[in-house]
Design a protein around this ligand. Structure first.
Ligand code: ADP
Ligand code: MG
Length: 400
């Protein structure tokens, strides 16, 4: 398992900082979403998998005056910084967000659940790129919650743990994220993709067991400056259409109902855009189901078609793509099934970030090289990419 070298380095770091072996070792993965984009806030489906990139934490008891309240000290490799929080009570959120906000928020959530721990030191190491759209933040939260489970001896149910971590991100990092990132990091299964119903919070694991197929994540290494209104505007457009259709969420309607109400929607100010935003969501729901079914049947051609169609919809109807993402997806399309490329699309919020592709392993190197060369020729920017199989969710590892 690829988590081992990282875990070893966390253990070594712990030993060199504290002079003893850690007594707890945990890991939680980052994630990538295969399809179901901009669907969570409409109560729709997402289809993420955990990647073989993890946040690892090594921890052990800290000697302290038994009279004083217990504390936890965290050090992170990513910032080479240390911070300490009390463990006798949850610390309140602060306006200023730092890396410690994610940690403190998660610890607070655990303390509120009555999970008690004695004073400890912890070393955090991660190979999930920070801010790269692969959810380093959720993997950090879920790793901290898993550590608190191990140290307190109590366990959290998967969804309970994911929601606790999501709450930490909302309340302490002031990031109003959906439930996908924490659910997949906490609950992922090796060789499976998770179909998550964002409304009912129900999960279904779809096997992706063929080891000859890998998930390729390619970073455009661009992030376009946004005004900040892009996401709220899209969300608002979806809510407006739901209102016109008389349903609480777009999830509660169909593409047919949307088409039937087209005239009414177009009559609104900005109606054309509203219609397209809703059409993206409703067609994405269909694509997500189609992709799941095709994956179960190992019908890779259909899987690929759903991915390309999903990209087009994000580009044209939802308008969250950018030229760089389009270059990568167009090149993937031209490589085609014969070249070992099953399908490709942008993943994440958009306006930069990564594409996700499914690739036959035998063609992986050739595909990576073709994407890199074509992208560099067009943009003068190098891609960074890595391949992964669907990984397991948060885990407690054996200590040395
Ligand atoms: P993403 O989740 O897409 O990687 P975010 O902006 O949501 O990007 O989260 C990144 C932030 O999460 C970082 O700026 C940092 O505050 C925190 N973070 C994630 N991983 C670590 C880590 N290993 N150590 C410290 N902080 C981390
Ligand atoms: Mg994040």
């Amino acid at each position: 398992m690829q988590v081992s070298p990282l875990a070893k380095s966390a253990v070594n770091e712990y030993i060199s900082r504290y002079g003893t072996f850690p007594t707890a070792l945990v890991a939680a993965p980052g994630r990538v979403n295969l399809i179901g984009e901009h669907t969570d806030y409409n109560g729709g489906f997402v289809f993420p998998l955990a990647i073989e990139r993890y946040t690892v934490i090594a921890a052990g008891p800290k000697e302290e005056d038994p009279q004083s309240p217990p504390t936890a000290t965290f050090w992170t490799d990513s910032f080479d910084e240390e911070a300490t929080i009390p463990l006798d009570r949850p610390v309140p959120p602060e306006d200023k967000v730092t890396w410690m906000s994610y940690v403190a928020g998660t610890v607070a959530g655990c303390l509120e659940k009555g999970m008690k721990a004695s004073s400890f030191n912890a070393v955090i190491r991660s190979d999930v790129p920070l801010g790269g759209g692969l959810s380093s933040s959720a993997s950090l939260e879920v790793a901290v919650a898993t550590l608190m489970e191990k140290l307190s001896g109590s366990t959290l149910e998967g969804p309970e743990k994911a929601l606790l971590c999501q709450h930490a991100e909302h309340a302490y990092a002031h990031m109003p994220c959906g439930i996908m990132d924490q659910f997949i990091s906490a609950m992922a299964r090796e060789d499976h993709v998770m179909l998550l119903d964002c409304r009912s919070q129900e999960t279904t694991f779809v096997p992706m067991s063929n080891p000859d197929i890998v998930v390729l994540v390619t970073n455009t290494n661009v992030k376009h400056q946004l005004s900040g209104s892009e996401y709220p505007e899209r969300r608002h457009a979806c809510e407006e259409v739901a209102k016109i259709l008389g349903v609480p969420l777009l999830r509660d309607t169909t593409l047919e109902a949307l088409e039937a109400a087209k005239e009414r929607i177009l009559a609104q100010e900005n109606g054309e855009v509203m219609f397209r935003r809703a059409r993206h969501f409703l067609t994405e729901e269909i694509r997500t189901r189609n992709l799941c079914e095709a994956m179960l049947q190992r019908n890779w051609k259909t899987v690929g078609q759903q991915m390309y169609a999903g990209h087009q919809s994000l580009r044209d109807d939802y308008q969250v793509s950018c030229p760089e993402l389009d270059y990568l997806v167009n090149k993937a399309y031209s490589i085609g099934l014969n070249g070992g490329m099953i399908g490709s699309r942008m993943t994440g919020g958009g306006f930069g970030g990564c594409t996700v592709s499914l690739v036959f392993r035998h063609a992986l190197e050739a595909v990576q090289e073709a994407l890199e060369n074509d992208y560099f020729a067009r943009t003068g920017i190098h891609t960074t990419s890595f391949a992964t199989r669907p990984a397991a969710g948060a885990m407690v590892l054996p200590t040395p």
